[in-house]
Design a protein around this ligand. Structure first.
Ligand code: SAM
Ligand code: SF4
Ligand code: SF4
Length: 376
Protein backbone atom coordinates (compact mmCIF):
# COMPACT_ATOMS: atom_id res chain seq x y z
CA UNK A 1 0.00 0.00 0.00
CA UNK A 2 1.34 3.48 -0.87
CA UNK A 3 2.36 5.66 2.06
CA UNK A 4 -0.44 8.15 1.48
CA UNK A 5 -3.20 5.65 0.81
CA UNK A 6 -5.21 3.73 3.36
CA UNK A 7 -8.39 1.76 3.41
CA UNK A 8 -11.47 3.90 3.61
CA UNK A 9 -14.24 3.37 6.15
CA UNK A 10 -17.05 1.14 5.11
CA UNK A 11 -19.16 2.59 7.88
CA UNK A 12 -18.49 5.54 10.06
CA UNK A 13 -19.83 6.58 13.39
CA UNK A 14 -20.04 9.95 15.02
CA UNK A 15 -20.70 8.56 18.46
CA UNK A 16 -18.92 6.05 20.64
CA UNK A 17 -19.88 2.42 20.82
CA UNK A 18 -21.28 1.90 17.34
CA UNK A 19 -18.48 -0.43 16.36
CA UNK A 20 -15.68 -1.93 18.40
CA UNK A 21 -12.41 -0.05 18.87
CA UNK A 22 -10.44 -2.81 17.15
CA UNK A 23 -12.08 -2.00 13.83
CA UNK A 24 -11.80 1.76 14.19
CA UNK A 25 -9.01 4.25 13.66
CA UNK A 26 -8.78 7.91 14.50
CA UNK A 27 -8.96 10.36 11.62
CA UNK A 28 -8.63 13.90 12.90
CA UNK A 29 -11.15 14.07 15.72
CA UNK A 30 -13.36 11.47 14.08
CA UNK A 31 -13.40 7.72 14.55
CA UNK A 32 -13.66 5.81 11.31
CA UNK A 33 -13.96 2.15 10.60
CA UNK A 34 -11.55 0.29 8.41
CA UNK A 35 -13.32 -1.25 5.48
CA UNK A 36 -13.49 -1.62 1.74
CA UNK A 37 -12.69 1.62 -0.02
CA UNK A 38 -9.57 3.64 -0.65
CA UNK A 39 -8.96 6.94 1.07
CA UNK A 40 -6.20 9.21 -0.16
CA UNK A 41 -4.33 11.35 2.32
CA UNK A 42 -2.32 14.53 2.02
CA UNK A 43 1.15 15.16 3.40
CA UNK A 44 -0.30 15.64 6.92
CA UNK A 45 -2.42 12.45 6.72
CA UNK A 46 -5.62 14.40 6.16
CA UNK A 47 -8.09 12.39 4.05
CA UNK A 48 -10.04 13.82 1.12
CA UNK A 49 -13.63 13.50 2.30
CA UNK A 50 -15.47 16.74 1.95
CA UNK A 51 -16.23 18.46 -1.36
CA UNK A 52 -17.77 21.91 -1.56
CA UNK A 53 -19.34 22.43 -4.95
CA UNK A 54 -19.92 26.01 -6.00
CA UNK A 55 -22.62 26.02 -8.67
CA UNK A 56 -22.51 29.74 -9.49
CA UNK A 57 -20.39 32.76 -8.63
CA UNK A 58 -23.41 35.10 -8.85
CA UNK A 59 -25.34 36.35 -5.86
CA UNK A 60 -28.51 38.30 -5.12
CA UNK A 61 -26.98 39.87 -1.96
CA UNK A 62 -23.81 41.89 -1.45
CA UNK A 63 -22.66 40.98 2.08
CA UNK A 64 -20.07 43.45 3.31
CA UNK A 65 -17.71 40.66 4.40
CA UNK A 66 -17.90 38.81 1.08
CA UNK A 67 -18.90 41.11 -1.82
CA UNK A 68 -18.35 44.69 -0.67
CA UNK A 69 -17.51 46.19 -4.08
CA UNK A 70 -19.85 47.85 -6.57
CA UNK A 71 -18.78 45.80 -9.56
CA UNK A 72 -17.55 42.27 -10.11
CA UNK A 73 -15.92 40.29 -12.86
CA UNK A 74 -18.03 37.17 -13.38
CA UNK A 75 -16.95 33.77 -14.62
CA UNK A 76 -17.75 33.42 -18.35
CA UNK A 77 -21.03 31.52 -18.84
CA UNK A 78 -19.50 29.05 -21.31
CA UNK A 79 -16.95 28.05 -18.68
CA UNK A 80 -19.56 26.91 -16.15
CA UNK A 81 -19.66 23.17 -15.72
CA UNK A 82 -22.80 21.46 -17.00
CA UNK A 83 -24.57 19.20 -14.51
CA UNK A 84 -23.28 16.09 -16.33
CA UNK A 85 -19.73 17.40 -16.01
CA UNK A 86 -20.23 18.10 -12.31
CA UNK A 87 -21.54 14.58 -11.79
CA UNK A 88 -18.62 13.06 -13.70
CA UNK A 89 -16.16 14.89 -11.45
CA UNK A 90 -18.14 14.06 -8.32
CA UNK A 91 -18.01 10.35 -9.21
CA UNK A 92 -14.22 10.57 -9.41
CA UNK A 93 -14.06 12.32 -6.03
CA UNK A 94 -16.30 9.62 -4.55
CA UNK A 95 -13.90 6.97 -5.86
CA UNK A 96 -11.11 8.72 -3.96
CA UNK A 97 -12.86 8.88 -0.61
CA UNK A 98 -15.22 11.87 -0.63
CA UNK A 99 -18.50 11.12 1.12
CA UNK A 100 -19.75 14.61 2.00
CA UNK A 101 -20.85 17.09 -0.63
CA UNK A 102 -22.09 20.62 0.01
CA UNK A 103 -23.62 22.78 -2.70
CA UNK A 104 -22.79 26.44 -2.38
CA UNK A 105 -21.99 29.56 -4.41
CA UNK A 106 -22.42 32.60 -4.86
CA UNK A 107 -26.04 31.94 -4.19
CA UNK A 108 -26.70 28.34 -5.25
CA UNK A 109 -30.45 28.85 -5.62
CA UNK A 110 -29.72 31.21 -8.52
CA UNK A 111 -28.47 28.24 -10.56
CA UNK A 112 -31.27 27.23 -12.90
CA UNK A 113 -32.76 23.75 -12.32
CA UNK A 114 -30.58 23.15 -9.26
CA UNK A 115 -33.01 20.46 -8.06
CA UNK A 116 -32.04 18.40 -11.13
CA UNK A 117 -28.43 18.36 -9.95
CA UNK A 118 -29.53 17.60 -6.39
CA UNK A 119 -31.54 14.64 -7.64
CA UNK A 120 -28.54 13.30 -9.53
CA UNK A 121 -26.27 13.65 -6.51
CA UNK A 122 -28.84 12.26 -4.07
CA UNK A 123 -28.96 9.07 -6.15
CA UNK A 124 -25.28 8.44 -5.39
CA UNK A 125 -25.32 6.14 -2.37
CA UNK A 126 -21.68 6.93 -1.57
CA UNK A 127 -22.64 10.50 -0.63
CA UNK A 128 -23.50 10.09 3.04
CA UNK A 129 -24.12 13.78 3.58
CA UNK A 130 -25.60 16.01 0.86
CA UNK A 131 -26.06 19.57 2.09
CA UNK A 132 -26.63 23.05 0.72
CA UNK A 133 -25.67 26.50 2.02
CA UNK A 134 -27.93 29.36 0.96
CA UNK A 135 -28.60 32.96 1.91
CA UNK A 136 -32.26 31.95 2.12
CA UNK A 137 -33.71 34.68 -0.10
CA UNK A 138 -35.14 32.20 -2.62
CA UNK A 139 -35.56 29.34 -0.18
CA UNK A 140 -39.30 29.48 0.51
CA UNK A 141 -39.98 28.88 -3.19
CA UNK A 142 -37.35 26.15 -3.57
CA UNK A 143 -37.40 24.17 -0.32
CA UNK A 144 -40.04 21.66 -1.43
CA UNK A 145 -38.26 20.93 -4.73
CA UNK A 146 -34.96 20.45 -2.88
CA UNK A 147 -36.58 18.13 -0.38
CA UNK A 148 -38.30 16.14 -3.15
CA UNK A 149 -34.99 15.90 -5.03
CA UNK A 150 -33.39 14.22 -2.01
CA UNK A 151 -31.28 16.96 -0.40
CA UNK A 152 -30.33 15.77 3.10
CA UNK A 153 -29.91 19.06 4.94
CA UNK A 154 -29.67 22.81 4.71
CA UNK A 155 -27.67 25.65 6.19
CA UNK A 156 -29.03 29.17 5.91
CA UNK A 157 -26.84 32.22 6.43
CA UNK A 158 -28.46 34.86 8.63
CA UNK A 159 -26.44 37.60 10.31
CA UNK A 160 -29.06 39.83 11.88
CA UNK A 161 -32.70 39.97 12.93
CA UNK A 162 -32.96 43.73 12.26
CA UNK A 163 -34.20 45.08 8.94
CA UNK A 164 -31.97 48.15 8.92
CA UNK A 165 -28.88 46.10 9.73
CA UNK A 166 -29.74 43.54 7.09
CA UNK A 167 -29.92 46.28 4.49
CA UNK A 168 -26.61 47.75 5.64
CA UNK A 169 -24.88 44.36 5.77
CA UNK A 170 -26.23 42.82 2.58
CA UNK A 171 -27.14 45.97 0.60
CA UNK A 172 -30.81 44.85 0.27
CA UNK A 173 -33.30 44.22 3.06
CA UNK A 174 -34.39 40.65 2.36
CA UNK A 175 -34.92 39.71 6.01
CA UNK A 176 -38.60 38.83 5.60
CA UNK A 177 -37.94 36.51 2.67
CA UNK A 178 -35.04 34.83 4.51
CA UNK A 179 -37.20 34.28 7.61
CA UNK A 180 -39.98 32.80 5.48
CA UNK A 181 -37.40 30.55 3.82
CA UNK A 182 -36.11 29.39 7.20
CA UNK A 183 -39.60 28.66 8.49
CA UNK A 184 -40.58 26.73 5.35
CA UNK A 185 -37.35 24.73 5.21
CA UNK A 186 -37.29 23.98 8.95
CA UNK A 187 -40.77 22.51 8.62
CA UNK A 188 -39.93 20.43 5.55
CA UNK A 189 -36.49 19.25 6.68
CA UNK A 190 -37.33 18.93 10.38
CA UNK A 191 -34.73 21.55 11.32
CA UNK A 192 -31.68 23.18 9.82
CA UNK A 193 -28.52 25.11 10.66
CA UNK A 194 -28.11 28.87 10.69
CA UNK A 195 -24.68 30.40 10.04
CA UNK A 196 -23.93 33.87 11.37
CA UNK A 197 -20.75 35.81 10.64
CA UNK A 198 -20.15 37.90 13.77
CA UNK A 199 -18.62 41.35 13.25
CA UNK A 200 -17.75 43.76 16.02
CA UNK A 201 -20.02 46.77 16.13
CA UNK A 202 -22.34 45.27 13.52
CA UNK A 203 -24.16 42.27 15.02
CA UNK A 204 -22.13 41.16 18.04
CA UNK A 205 -25.02 42.20 20.33
CA UNK A 206 -27.35 39.65 18.67
CA UNK A 207 -25.88 36.32 19.75
CA UNK A 208 -28.55 35.63 22.36
CA UNK A 209 -31.39 36.80 20.09
CA UNK A 210 -30.14 34.52 17.31
CA UNK A 211 -29.90 31.54 19.67
CA UNK A 212 -33.50 32.20 20.75
CA UNK A 213 -34.59 32.63 17.13
CA UNK A 214 -32.96 29.31 16.24
CA UNK A 215 -34.39 27.50 19.26
CA UNK A 216 -37.93 28.41 18.21
CA UNK A 217 -37.35 26.84 14.77
CA UNK A 218 -35.32 23.75 15.62
CA UNK A 219 -32.34 25.48 14.00
CA UNK A 220 -28.83 25.12 15.40
CA UNK A 221 -27.04 28.44 15.20
CA UNK A 222 -23.32 28.53 14.41
CA UNK A 223 -21.39 31.72 14.94
CA UNK A 224 -18.50 32.23 12.52
CA UNK A 225 -15.49 34.40 13.21
CA UNK A 226 -14.99 37.04 10.51
CA UNK A 227 -12.29 35.75 8.15
CA UNK A 228 -9.71 37.63 6.10
CA UNK A 229 -10.36 35.53 3.01
CA UNK A 230 -10.84 36.38 -0.68
CA UNK A 231 -13.10 39.36 -1.22
CA UNK A 232 -13.18 40.48 2.42
CA UNK A 233 -11.36 43.69 1.54
CA UNK A 234 -12.86 45.53 4.55
CA UNK A 235 -11.54 42.99 7.04
CA UNK A 236 -9.46 44.08 10.02
CA UNK A 237 -8.51 42.18 13.16
CA UNK A 238 -10.30 44.64 15.44
CA UNK A 239 -13.61 43.72 13.77
CA UNK A 240 -13.17 40.03 14.60
CA UNK A 241 -15.15 38.81 17.60
CA UNK A 242 -13.21 35.81 18.88
CA UNK A 243 -14.68 32.53 20.06
CA UNK A 244 -13.70 33.41 23.63
CA UNK A 245 -15.50 36.76 23.41
CA UNK A 246 -18.62 35.11 21.98
CA UNK A 247 -18.60 32.52 24.77
CA UNK A 248 -18.28 35.29 27.35
CA UNK A 249 -21.33 37.11 25.97
CA UNK A 250 -23.38 33.90 25.86
CA UNK A 251 -22.28 32.94 29.39
CA UNK A 252 -23.43 36.30 30.70
CA UNK A 253 -26.99 35.51 29.63
CA UNK A 254 -27.26 31.72 30.11
CA UNK A 255 -24.43 30.71 32.42
CA UNK A 256 -21.47 28.69 31.16
CA UNK A 257 -22.35 26.43 28.20
CA UNK A 258 -21.06 22.85 28.29
CA UNK A 259 -18.70 21.89 25.46
CA UNK A 260 -19.99 18.85 23.56
CA UNK A 261 -17.29 16.23 23.14
CA UNK A 262 -17.54 14.66 19.71
CA UNK A 263 -15.44 12.84 17.16
CA UNK A 264 -15.79 14.97 14.07
CA UNK A 265 -13.75 16.86 11.51
CA UNK A 266 -16.54 19.46 11.29
CA UNK A 267 -15.26 23.02 11.85
CA UNK A 268 -17.80 24.02 14.52
CA UNK A 269 -17.10 23.51 18.22
CA UNK A 270 -20.52 22.79 19.70
CA UNK A 271 -21.89 23.72 23.13
CA UNK A 272 -25.01 22.89 25.11
CA UNK A 273 -26.91 25.39 27.23
CA UNK A 274 -28.53 24.31 30.47
CA UNK A 275 -31.94 23.93 28.80
CA UNK A 276 -30.46 21.62 26.14
CA UNK A 277 -30.18 24.16 23.33
CA UNK A 278 -27.11 23.51 21.19
CA UNK A 279 -25.08 26.13 19.32
CA UNK A 280 -21.71 26.14 17.58
CA UNK A 281 -18.76 28.45 17.08
CA UNK A 282 -16.48 28.29 14.05
CA UNK A 283 -13.25 29.91 15.21
CA UNK A 284 -11.60 29.99 11.79
CA UNK A 285 -9.57 33.10 12.56
CA UNK A 286 -8.37 32.78 16.16
CA UNK A 287 -8.33 28.97 16.56
CA UNK A 288 -7.97 27.47 13.09
CA UNK A 289 -8.72 23.80 12.58
CA UNK A 290 -6.44 23.11 9.60
CA UNK A 291 -5.04 19.97 11.28
CA UNK A 292 -8.37 18.21 10.69
CA UNK A 293 -9.25 19.80 7.35
CA UNK A 294 -10.59 17.26 4.86
CA UNK A 295 -12.29 19.87 2.65
CA UNK A 296 -11.63 20.99 -0.88
CA UNK A 297 -13.56 23.26 -3.21
CA UNK A 298 -14.64 23.04 -6.83
CA UNK A 299 -15.69 26.33 -8.42
CA UNK A 300 -18.59 26.61 -10.86
CA UNK A 301 -16.09 26.63 -13.75
CA UNK A 302 -14.22 23.58 -12.52
CA UNK A 303 -11.19 25.03 -10.71
CA UNK A 304 -10.28 22.83 -7.75
CA UNK A 305 -8.83 24.48 -4.62
CA UNK A 306 -7.34 22.69 -1.62
CA UNK A 307 -7.78 25.57 0.83
CA UNK A 308 -9.90 28.68 1.26
CA UNK A 309 -6.66 30.67 1.30
CA UNK A 310 -5.03 28.95 -1.70
CA UNK A 311 -4.07 31.25 -4.55
CA UNK A 312 -3.48 28.44 -7.05
CA UNK A 313 -5.94 25.75 -8.12
CA UNK A 314 -6.15 22.86 -10.55
CA UNK A 315 -8.18 23.37 -13.72
CA UNK A 316 -10.31 20.22 -13.85
CA UNK A 317 -12.63 21.68 -16.50
CA UNK A 318 -9.78 21.95 -18.97
CA UNK A 319 -8.71 18.37 -18.31
CA UNK A 320 -12.29 17.08 -18.52
CA UNK A 321 -13.09 18.96 -21.72
CA UNK A 322 -9.82 17.86 -23.32
CA UNK A 323 -11.28 14.36 -23.38
CA UNK A 324 -9.04 12.87 -20.69
CA UNK A 325 -10.05 9.41 -19.51
CA UNK A 326 -11.66 9.22 -16.03
CA UNK A 327 -8.66 7.26 -14.72
CA UNK A 328 -6.35 10.04 -15.88
CA UNK A 329 -8.40 12.72 -14.10
CA UNK A 330 -8.61 10.58 -10.96
CA UNK A 331 -4.87 10.12 -11.01
CA UNK A 332 -4.39 13.90 -11.30
CA UNK A 333 -6.73 14.54 -8.35
CA UNK A 334 -4.93 11.93 -6.29
CA UNK A 335 -1.46 13.27 -7.02
CA UNK A 336 -2.50 16.87 -6.24
CA UNK A 337 -4.13 15.85 -2.94
CA UNK A 338 -1.19 13.69 -1.90
CA UNK A 339 1.09 16.73 -2.24
CA UNK A 340 -1.27 19.00 -0.26
CA UNK A 341 0.40 21.01 2.49
CA UNK A 342 -2.21 23.80 2.85
CA UNK A 343 -2.85 25.21 6.31
CA UNK A 344 -3.96 28.67 5.22
CA UNK A 345 -5.64 29.91 8.40
CA UNK A 346 -2.87 28.57 10.64
CA UNK A 347 -0.25 30.25 8.46
CA UNK A 348 -2.15 33.54 8.63
CA UNK A 349 -2.40 33.29 12.41
CA UNK A 350 1.29 32.52 12.76
CA UNK A 351 2.13 35.42 10.45
CA UNK A 352 1.20 38.03 13.09
CA UNK A 353 -0.07 41.46 11.97
CA UNK A 354 -2.87 40.97 9.46
CA UNK A 355 -4.67 42.93 6.79
CA UNK A 356 -7.04 41.73 4.03
CA UNK A 357 -5.52 38.74 2.25
CA UNK A 358 -5.79 39.88 -1.35
CA UNK A 359 -5.75 43.33 -2.93
CA UNK A 360 -8.77 44.57 -4.86
CA UNK A 361 -6.69 44.90 -7.97
CA UNK A 362 -5.67 41.24 -7.80
CA UNK A 363 -9.26 40.11 -7.09
CA UNK A 364 -10.39 41.92 -10.23
CA UNK A 365 -7.73 40.16 -12.27
CA UNK A 366 -8.62 36.74 -10.88
CA UNK A 367 -12.21 36.29 -9.64
CA UNK A 368 -11.29 32.77 -8.56
CA UNK A 369 -9.73 34.30 -5.47
CA UNK A 370 -13.14 35.59 -4.30
CA UNK A 371 -15.02 33.84 -1.48
CA UNK A 372 -18.22 34.03 -3.55
CA UNK A 373 -16.44 32.09 -6.31
CA UNK A 374 -14.86 29.59 -3.92
CA UNK A 375 -18.10 28.93 -2.07
CA UNK A 376 -17.05 29.65 1.50
N1 SAM B 1 -24.55 32.60 -0.64
C1 SAM B 1 -24.61 31.50 0.25
C2 SAM B 1 -24.66 31.96 1.68
O1 SAM B 1 -24.33 33.12 1.93
O2 SAM B 1 -25.01 31.16 2.52
C3 SAM B 1 -23.50 30.50 0.06
C4 SAM B 1 -22.13 31.03 -0.26
S1 SAM B 1 -21.34 31.97 1.03
C5 SAM B 1 -19.80 32.38 0.29
C6 SAM B 1 -20.94 30.68 2.19
C7 SAM B 1 -20.64 31.13 3.58
O3 SAM B 1 -19.45 31.88 3.60
C8 SAM B 1 -21.72 32.00 4.20
O4 SAM B 1 -22.20 31.41 5.38
C9 SAM B 1 -20.99 33.27 4.51
O5 SAM B 1 -21.48 33.86 5.67
C10 SAM B 1 -19.56 32.81 4.65
N2 SAM B 1 -18.59 33.89 4.47
C11 SAM B 1 -18.40 34.67 3.40
N3 SAM B 1 -17.43 35.58 3.62
C12 SAM B 1 -16.97 35.36 4.88
C13 SAM B 1 -15.98 35.97 5.70
N4 SAM B 1 -15.24 36.99 5.27
N5 SAM B 1 -15.78 35.47 6.95
C14 SAM B 1 -16.52 34.42 7.39
N6 SAM B 1 -17.47 33.81 6.67
C15 SAM B 1 -17.71 34.28 5.42
FE1 SF4 C 1 -23.75 36.28 -1.43
FE2 SF4 C 1 -23.33 34.40 0.35
FE3 SF4 C 1 -21.39 36.11 -0.27
FE4 SF4 C 1 -23.48 36.98 1.08
S1 SF4 C 1 -22.00 35.45 1.79
S2 SF4 C 1 -22.56 37.97 -0.70
S3 SF4 C 1 -25.10 35.78 0.27
S4 SF4 C 1 -22.27 34.62 -1.62
FE1 SF4 D 1 -8.79 23.91 5.61
FE2 SF4 D 1 -7.45 25.91 4.51
FE3 SF4 D 1 -9.55 26.40 6.11
FE4 SF4 D 1 -7.23 25.47 7.13
S1 SF4 D 1 -7.60 27.44 6.13
S2 SF4 D 1 -9.31 24.75 7.63
S3 SF4 D 1 -6.58 24.10 5.48
S4 SF4 D 1 -9.60 25.37 4.10
Amino acid sequence: MKANVRRRPLFRTTGPGFLSDETQVRCGRERITLGLFTVIQDVYQRPLRNLRLSVTDRCNLRCAYCMPEQEYVWLPKEDLLQFEEIETLVDLFLDLGVDKVRLTGGEPLLRRDLAVLVRGLAAKARIHDLALTTNGVLLADNAQALKDAGLHRLTVSLDTLHHDRFARLARFDELDRVMKGIDTAARLFGGLKIDTVVIRGVNDDELVDLIEFGRARNAEVRFIEYMDVGGATQWSMDRVVSKMQMLAAITERYGPPTPIVEDSSAPARRYRLEDGTVFGIIASTTEPFCADCDRSRLTADGMWYLCLYATQGTDLRRVLRSGAAPAEIASLIRSVWERRRDRGAEDRLAGGARSPLISLDRLRRDPHLEMHTRGG
